[in-house]
Each structure stands twice: as structure tokens, then as C-alpha cells.
Design a protein around this ligand. Structure first.
Ligand code: IVH
Length: 714
């Protein structure tokens, strides 16, 4: 875990109180966002994959327990946090804001009170509120100059988003030109996909072997962020507008200038005359009671609406009041989001099945009597692992309460014990053999998961690994989706990764397959050829070694440089007493458990064969550090110890690596430099014994500034 870990982190999720959960979700959102930024923008991961995954999992678990606390900026809502290469950046000025939350009518009453107090309004003075559904999509900003649509951007982090103009142009509901608008205006709103369109899209994707989306929001985000606007055009995206950004002539606070609407509602009228869709539920509420009535009504209508909403947004109608109320941090004081509780329903567990993943994990899944929850038919629920089933005592034949929190795959909340058939069905037992290949299944000590020991002889693992191998962050072979892999594997056209690169010998066979032809076979082979050269880090990630995600793959690539070096080191590390093993666990971000998975991979002969065969087909490029190589510390091995006051350990590490240094977890004779903050203990002592240079945090800061006394130090 990171240094700035929160004390709450130690409390088991099922013991968390709601207000603590609220605080922790806020902390997790910030922490994960910082790691994402380090990873994606600075290309310098600040935590190990395992720690990163643990943070995300905890976030997920808390959200599953308190779905109404899910934040708008939750990591679970960010789809591919990367500002994808290929999209230009757009600065949002004024920034695109988020909203405060209300979870109860008391919270809403408090929202009204705050406004009254802030504006010193008399008790009888009416406060008009515009209320409208909170659309569960992704927000965009559309810029019009002299009535012409010139640029559209995603929200990104609120200050900087991606330029997706070409993609947004394909939305039929976004007009190319508007009449009678200010010379320059940015209108803002939410792009979404209807539930029906989402289900149909997933069906098409599944047929074609493409990506299947977890929920309409992800589908909308994935469809909008396409490099090829033609793909976006084929996806049924819609939009509701509800705010403005920059308007020509406005003052620093975003008011005045060409804004000629006195209130929010008149702005919506303008939007309609410009032909933008405004949500039909948007209403001016003249009192608290009217506001609550709309909330109740939307709560009822919600399930039958064709799009997901997760609350009702309230906005002070008068613009002069909005201006006076202003903002607290990044949310307006004049608006709030009144959240709906997650949608729940009860249904029957018909059966409990087992899914086998790429690394052999057996995941129990409840097969449910199909039921509509919030307008989406669900028939499966994840049961996570054996402990989860035990704890909730879920048995086939039980009636269960399920909850859908945005995703199509819901959670099982509890069993209705009073409805359990008699005699009661026996408790569920995890199978001790893999349902896919019959190999022994084991549950290792300290782990929640059962695992199939069949490795590549297990069809599920083989197919899942192949899917992983060609997936976006690995070999990224375009047009080669899961369905194709399954079919090719079934017919023994592909049995192991290297076979993919030998497909050119089977061109005619592919072209002759059902659903294929000359052109599509040609396209596939071209896409494969395109990927014959691959960076080492991607290659390592593509192997799908347990616990080795993208961040770890990069660490390994940067530390070992070439496939050959890496392989030799991993094989040598098989011996616990070897220097290679010591070196491996010394990499900051790689712990003993991950090291074991790496060594385990290289101890299996069939994995070595897989590697060899791939090597014969591929051009695996040595790691080239995208870092400054002529800094004072490039190529040096650094160790941080003690507390740093000016930056977190993660940041220090990321910045050191960006200057070409390597950061180790412990001091050895190979260490070049130790940065010791207050409280440094044994590592400092060891450095002194080994006569390794020890510097203070101040001196470290000077190195970062590119000046100071470091020349003499190193
Ligand atoms: S108003 C100045 N209205 O919710 C206020 N936001 O938590 C700006 N959202 O990022 C937002 N429906 O993506 C507003 N009717 C609505 C909305 C809405 C969905 C989203 C939006 C924003 C987030 C804020």
C-alpha cells in the first residue's frame, strides 16, 4: 500500500460505517487518480500492480456495499483512464465541475437552508430550483463559434479533456450549426446510450467476437473514444444538454457578456430553440415539496426509462444567485445531486456454476431466474469466491436479494432464509477438479481463490490466455476478438500464441470458413503482420503471468532490458539463494508473492517452449527507457528511506525513474545513493557501513531541480 494510506484502510469492508465509507471512497478516488496520472501521463508507475489492484478492489467492494455512495469521479466509472494517444488535449476554461451529493430528503433540506443562509433570504422568499434527472453517461463540452460546431471534448479530469470533435460530429442529435447563439459558446451535457441500444450493441459485439460492455455508460464512453470516427458513427449515441461553459464576453466568474438568459430555465429554452435535446423531465420546482415530488416520480419512472439515471440534479434557477453562491472546491454551491438508492430485486438462484479464468482461477457464478432490475434483464450474479458464498450462505434453490449498481452483472446482497425450500438444499461446495479440464483444483493457503492446476492443457485457460494475448493492452490485434479465438481454438487452427503468427500459412483455410472471405482473411493477416514487432513490456504483459499486469511488465522490461536477459534472470531466480532472486525481489514494486509467480512461470517447460516459439516468429524490441539518460542520476541505483516531507515516496520514485535512475527497496553494495529523510534507521546505517553516499531530502530536491551540489556527491 502507499505511504499515505488511510487508517480506515484497515477496517474490513463489512465493518465500515457509512460515513467512513464515504470518506474512504473519496480518499481512494484521489489516490487511484494519482497513480493513474503517474502511470499514464508520466509513464512512471507509482505502485505495484498488486497494490494498485488492491486499491481498486477495495474501492469496488465498498461501492458494492454502499452503492449510493458511488462517486462521479469513482475509479470504477473511469473507462480506460488514459488520455488515449491519438486524441488532442482540450483545456476546459471554466473547468467542468462535479456536484455535491444528497442522500436523503434531510440532506436536500440542508441544501435549501445553506442557500438561504448564504444569500440571507427571508424564510418566505421562494427559492426556485430546476430539477432534472442525473444521466449516467459521460459529460462533454461542445464549442460553437459564430453558430458553427468547431470542437467537442470529453470531460477528462474536469480541467483537461480529449478532443473528440470528429466523433461527436457523428451524433445525429448534435447540430452542426445553431442560430441566434452568442458568438462563442460552449454547451455542456451528457452523452449516453439507451438501454435497448446497449443490449443490441452487446449482442452484435458478442456475435462478431468484439468487446462486450459492462453497462450502458461504459458502452457510451467506449464508443465515443474511438480513434476511427466511423466506428462512433455506427454506435447509437445520444445526448442531453444542461449547462454552459465559456460564453463570449463573460467575466472571470463566467457570467455577464453575451449571456442573455436570466435563469437556468431560460437557458434550457434557448437550448431547445438551438435544437439541442433537453431532458423532458426538467422542471422548475417552486418549493421543497415540489422538488421532492419530482424525485419520487423519477424514482418510480426510473425502471421504465430507456436510459440509466442515478439521481436527480437540483440547480438554483436564478443566475444572479448562482453567481453569488459560487463554488466550494470543484462543485457549485448552487447545485447538488440527490442520489437514488441502487436498484434491487429478488429472484431465484437456479444453479451455481464455475467460470475458469486465464490464470486458472475458479469463480463461482449464480445462474438466476431472469429478472428485470432497473430495465435491464439480469440472469447471472458473481459470487466472487468460496468465502463469499459461505459467509452469505448462498445455496442453489435460494431466493436472493440482488442489487444492480450501474453494472449489468449484479451483486447478491442476502439470502431470504424464510423462503429456503425444505429440506434445505446442501451448502455449496467448490469442486476439487476443474470443470473445464478435470485437473486438480486447489486452494492455496492465504488465498480466497481455488485454482485449476491444468495450465495450458485446460481449454478455458488456454482460450482465455489467447484472448488476453491479443487484447488491447497486449498484442492489440485488431478485429481478432474473443469469438474468433474460441472458434479457431476449437478447430485447432490456433493452439498456442505462436500459432497466431503462423496463420499466414493457413490463409485459404481461413478465407473458406463460415463467416469469412478473402477480404476478411486478408485484413486479419495484415493486422497480425502489423504486430510482429512488439515492445518488450507489452510482450511480457501479453504472456499473462499471474499478478503481472502492465505496470509490473514495464518494471521488468526496464530492469532487464531484453527478453534474453529477463529469461535468464527469471530462470536463475528459481534458486532462492541466488543473486538473481535477491535482485528480483529488490525491485521496488515486486514482492515475494509476485516473484514466486514469475519463477513459477519459468519453471514450467511448456512455458519455455511457448516463449521459444514466439521468439522465432517475433521481433521483440529491447526496452528503451523514455527517460532522460544524461541526468546526474541516470543509471544509478537509489534507495529512499525515512520520511520525505516534500513529496510522497511514490512521487519520489517516479521522479527518480524519470531521470533514468532505478529505485531499489534495500541497500546493498550496488546502491549508488541513499536519500534519507527524518526517521531513517537501519538502511541509513547499512549505507554508512557500505560507504554508500547518503544525502538529505534537501539535496535530493536540488538534484530534481537539476542543480545543486550533486556533482560532487556522485
Ligand atoms: S450539472 C455545474 N446536470 O454529473 C454543474 N450534471 O456530478 C455541472 N450529470 O460531470 C453538472 N446529469 O457528468 C448536471 N442533469 C445533469 C447531469 C449532470 C449527469 C453528470 C455530469 C457531471 C456530474 C457531476
Amino acid at each position: 500500500m502507499s505511504e499515505d494510506r488511510n487508517a480506515l484502510r484497515d477496517i474490513p469492508v463489512d465493518k465500515l460505517l457509512k460515513h467512513d465509507a464515504y470518506d474512504e471512497l473519496a480518499a481512494l478516488a484521489a489516490e487511484i487518480a494519482a497513480h493513474d496520472a503517474a502511470y499514464y501521463q508520466e509513464d512512471a508507475p507509482s505502485v505495484s500492480d498488486a497494490d494498485y489492484d488492491a486499491l481498486r478492489k477495495r474501492n469496488e467492494a465498498i461501492e458494492a456495499r454502499f452503492p449510493d455512495l458511488v462517486r462521479d469521479d469513482s475509479p470504477s466509472k473511469r473507462v480506460g483512464a488514459a488520455v488515449a494517444a491519438g486524441f488532442g488535449k482540450v483545456q476546459h476554461n471554466p473547468p467542468m465541475l462535479s456536484l455535491g451529493n444528497a442522500f436523503s430528503s434531510e440532506d436536500v433540506a440542508e441544501f435549501y437552508d445553506r442557500i438561504r443562509r448564504f444569500l440571507s433570504l427571508g424564510a418566505d422568499e421562494p427559492v426556485e430550483i430546476v430539477a432534472e434527472p442525473k444521466i449516467d453517461g459521460l459529460s462533454v463540452s461542445l464549442r460553437y463559434e459564430n453558430g458553427k460546431f468547431v470542437r467537442g471534448a470529453t470531460r477528462g479530469d474536469g480541467r483537461e479533456g480529449e478532443d473528440v470533435t470528429a466523433n461527436l460530429r457523428t451524433l445525429p442529435e448534435i447540430p452542426d450549426t445553431i442560430e441566434g447563439a452568442p458568438a462563442e459558446i460552449e454547451v455542456r451535457g451528457e452523452v449516453y446510450m439507451s438501454k435497448a441500444d446497449f443490449l443490441a450493441l452487446n449482442e452484435r459485439q458478442d456475435e462478431a467476437g468484439g468487446k462486450v460492455f459492462a453497462n450502458p455508460r461504459n458502452a457510451a464512453a467506449g464508443s465515443l473514444r474511438q480513434k476511427d470516427a466511423g466506428v462512433t458513427a455506427s454506435r447509437p449515441l445520444k445526448v442531453f444538454l444542461y449547462a454552459w461553459g465559456y460564453v463570449s464576453g463573460v467575466n472571470g466568474q463566467g457570467y455577464g457578456g453575451d449571456i442573455d438568459w436570466p435563469d437556468q430555465w431560460t437557458f434550457y429554452e434557448r437550448l431547445k430553440t438551438w435544437d439541442f435535446p433537453v431532458n423532458p423531465y426538467a422542471t422548475v420546482c417552486k418549493s421543497f415539496d415540489e422538488t421532492m415530488a419530482l424525485y419520487e416520480k423519477l424514482g418510480v419512472d426510473r425502471a421504465s426509462l430507456d436510459y440509466d439515471i442515478d439521481g436527480v440534479v437540483y440547480k438554483v434557477n436564478r443566475l444572479d444567485w448562482q453567481q453569488r453562491l459560487g463554488f466550494v472546491s470543484r462543485a457549485p454551491r448552487w447545485a447538488t445531486a440527490h442520489k437514488f438508492p441502487a436498484e434491487k430485486a429478488t429472484t431465484l438462484v437456479q444453479d451455481i456454476g464455475i467460470q475458469v479464468g486465464r490464470t486458472g482461477t475458479l469463480t463461482p457464478v449464480a445462474h438466476l431466474e431472469p429478472i428485470t432490475v432497473g430495465g435491464v434483464v439480469v440472469q447471472r450474479a458473481t459470487l466472487h469466491n468460496e468465502d463469499y458464498i459461505r459467509e452469505k450462505d448462498i445455496r442453489p434453490g435460494d431466493r436472493v436479494l440482488i442489487q444492480r449498481a450501474g453494472d449489468v452483472i449484479p451483486q447478491v446482497l442476502e439470502v431470504d432464509l424464510s423462503a429456503r425450500p425444505s429440506p434445505p438444499p446442501p451448502p455449496f461446495e467448490m469442486p476439487d477438479t476443474c470443470p473445464e479440464c478435470g485437473s486438480l483444483a486447489v486452494r492455496e493457503e492465504g488465498q480466497a481463490a481455488w485454482r485449476c492446476t491444468g495450465g495450458l492443457i485446460c481449454p478455458a485457460q488456454a482460450v482465455e490466455r489467447l484472448k488476453h494475448f491479443v487484447s488491447r493492452d497486449a498484442f492489440d490485434i485488431e478485429g481478432f476478438g474473443g469469438k474468433h479465438i474460441e472458434a479457431f481454438w476449437q478447430d485447432k487452427i490456433i493452439e498456442q500464441p505462436a500459432d497466431i503468427f503462423r496463420l499466414r500459412d493457413k490463409r485459404d483455410e481461413i478465407a473458406g470458413r463460415e463467416g469469412w472471405g478473402e477480404k476478411s482473411a486478408e485484413n486479419l493477416l495484415a493486422a497480425i503482420e502489423d504486430r510482429r514487432a512488439i515492445e518488450l513490456a507489452r510482450f511480457i504483459y501479453a504472456l499473462g503471468i499471474r499478478q503481472v499486469g502492465q505496470a509490473t511488465a514495464r518494471l521488468l522490461a526496464s530492469r532487464y532490458g531484453s527478453l534474453e536477459n529477463w529469461r535468464q534472470a527469471m530462470i536463475a531466480a528459481g534458486d532462492d539463494t541466488s543473486e538473481a532472486y535477491a535482485e528480483l525481489v529488490d525491485i521496488d514494486g515486486i514482492g515475494p508473492s509476485m516473484a514466486d509467480d514469475l519463477r513459477g512461470f519459468f519453471q514450467e517447460d511448456h512455458n519455455l517452449t511457448v516463449l521459444q516459439e514466439l521468439e522465432a516468429e517475433l521481433d521483440i524490441e529491447d526496452y528503451e527507457a523514455a527517460v532522460i539518460t544524461d541526468s546526474t542520476i541516470s543509471g544509478k541505483i537509489l534507495v529512499f528511506t525515512g520520511n520525505l516531507e516534500s513529496m510522497s515516496r511514490s512521487e519520489a520514485k517516479a521522479r527518480a525513474e524519470a531521470l533514468g535512475a532505478k529505485v531499489a527497496g534495500s541497500v546493498s553494495k550496488k546502491t549508488d545513493l541513499v536519500i534519507a529523510g527524518p526517521g531513517a534507521g537501519s538502511k541509513r546505517k547499512k549505507a554508512e557501513e557500505l560507504k554508500v553516499t547518503v544525502i538529505t531530502e534537501e539535496e535530493w530536491m536540488q538534484i530534481l531541480d537539476g542543480g545543486g551540489p550533486q556533482m560532487q556527491l556522485l
